[in-house]
Design a binder for this molecule. Structure first.
Ligand SMILES: Cc1cc2nc3c(=O)[nH]c(=O)nc-3n(C[C@H](O)[C@H](O)[C@H](O)COP(=O)(O)OP(=O)(O)OC[C@H]3O[C@@H](n4cnc5c(N)ncnc54)[C@H](O)[C@@H]3O)c2cc1C
Length: 283
């Protein structure tokens, strides 16, 4: 069992990891990407203390060098569920369970809008995880919403299992190689059904499916952790970055504006210290 699990590799997650390492805690760290796209993409950063006029690419490199230099290991995995179980947390990441006494969510804010019905049908025909749930749809008709080229191998794996797969890439330059794939260049607006999801709905039509896979690099906080309080898409936190769930902390953009590197780094630090205080209180 780990002391702390951190989710997210943006400035907030890196800051939490660096501080937990210094504080000597046994932690595990996950992120769907080795480095945050939001850091890499900034053209020029002028407000980060000590590094005036740094590019996003340089900042990402500096951050990565920092934690790698401390021998901190990042597990490049999407976490699809955080469950409270008997006084600890169980995290589900790509078909594996990990146990931790506390959790720090540093998941940023989700750029892509959720589909109507996505949360309602999650686990009932909607899945975020190809390797966990793919076999349930062997020889069935599925739809796959894919938001990033890096998930194409997972989409191809699902196509291979299916009878037919409607693949909806949300980016240019897609390359899906499967005879079972039919590319649909439309934006879905809704997933609907009865007991289980059975339709993907577009503005002007709908398709019948047995299941929908959504392959994107993040999961909304309320979907990730059942019962987590949020407001306007941001996780509600106290001054010590604790949430309404005991042992669960949040830091960075996911707790609200301003969306800034310095705020995220500061909150990652505070959340790490608060998690350590929480661990001490368990003794
Ligand atoms: C183009 C651009 C320019 C910017 N310029 C500036 C600037 O000049 N100055 C400034 O202060 N700020 C700037 N920002 C804002 C800054 O990038 C953000 O405030 C900062 O990156 C937030 O850090 P974070 O750690 O909270 O989240 P993020 O950097 O968003 O990182 C979140 C991480 O969590 C991962 N993740 C999410 N969900 C999961 C999950 N379920 N499982 C595993 N991993 C998950 C994501 O893959 C991501 O790596 C800019 C942003 C953009 C987009």
């Amino acid at each position: 069992m780990y002391d702390v699990a951190i989710i997210g590799s943006g400035p907030a997650g890196i800051s939490a990891a660096v501080n937990l390492k210094i504080l000597g805690k046994n932690f595990i760290w996950f992120s769907s990407r080795a480095s945050s796209k939001k850091v890499e993409r900034a053209e020029l950063v002028k407000n980060y203390l000590g590094l005036p006029n740094v590019t996003g690419g340089e900042l990402a490199w500096t951050f990565q060098n920092h934690f790698e230099g401390m021998n901190i290991k990042l597990n490049e995995k999407l976490v699809t569920g955080v469950y409270q179980t008997e006084g600890h947390f169980t995290l589900l990441a790509e078909n594996e369970n990990y146990l931790s006494k506390s959790v720090i969510l540093c998941t940023g804010v989700q750029a892509e809008k959720q589909l109507d019905g996505e949360e309602e049908f999650l686990g009932r025909g909607v899945s975020y995880c190809a390797t966990c749930d793919g076999f349930l749809y062997k020889d069935k008709k599925i739809a796959i919403l894919i938001t990033d080229k890096k998930f194409e191998h997972e989409a191809e794996y699902l196509c291979g299992l299916s009878d037919k797969a409607y693949v909806m890439p949300m980016y240019n330059g897609y390359e899906i190689n499967s005879p079972k794939a039919e590319i649909v260049l439309k934006n879905p607006v809704k997933v609907s059904g009865g007991m289980k999801a059975d339709k993907v709905v577009f503005k002007d039509c709908e398709i019948d499916v047995d299941g929908l896979f959504i392959l994107r690099g993040s999961v909304s906080p309320s979907t990730l952790v059942h019962g987590l309080q949020s407001n306007d898409g941001h996780i509600l936190v106290n001054r010590d970055l604790s949430t309404n769930i005991k042992g669960l902390f949040a830091a960075g953009d996911c707790t609200g504006r301003p969306y800034q590197y310095a705020k995220s780094v500061g909150e990652g630090n505070v959340a790490a210290h608060s998690a350590v205080e929480y661990l001490a209180s368990l003794k």
